[in-house]
Design a protein around this ligand. Sequence first.
Ligand code: TYD
Length: 206
Amino acid sequence: MAVFITFEGLDGAGKGTQLKLLLEYLKQKGVPHIFTREPGGTPMAERIRGIVLDPAHAGMSVISEALLFAAARADHVNNVIRPALESGQNVICDRYVDSSMVYQAFAGGLPLEFVAGINEMATGGLKPHRTIMLDIPPEVARSRRGVNGPDRIEEMDEWYHEQVRQGYLELAAAEPRRFKVIDASGSVEQVQERIRMLVDEVLPRR
Ligand code: TYD
């Protein structure tokens, strides 16, 4: 059985760099896998991504956000993630349901049961075997964010990002076997080593 592994963290935690290194490692080892991301991963979901992250939509309500992320996710799970897993490809995904739980529920204020419920419907209950969260303080994340202008969600204030982080830590405490938190303020190499260990632990033996 192939495994489904997701990555989470504040924008600026270094997910991009670490994922790139992880993909090189998997390729070297000859592990069959695909890499994908949310919001996005299918043509329809990428269009929804454009809508939901567009700074021009500054007044978007959090409920619209949650429903749009879930709509994109349904398409992504049905057309990419599930078929890949069924064909024996391991799936590495940048963000998944936990992002909606922390950004739209913990930080955004929607009831947790509501966000969990729409995502249960959207994914048909598909859960990651492992989730790895790269943890850094919000002020460090902010200073690391790229040179491209901030997207609509990155523009939210410090308080919002602190809530996001706390949300992640609560999810990790609730499901410690699935959800692993890594201190991402270490060196790129240290963080990568820890990620590879956590990934190797769940990869199917061949
Ligand atoms: P991401 O692709 O990580 O941003 P970037 O391309 O700038 O690195 O994620 C885009 C933003 O969407 C990020 O701020 C988190 C947010 N998001 C949610 O609020 N809810 C969700 O369900 C998902 C998947 C992302």
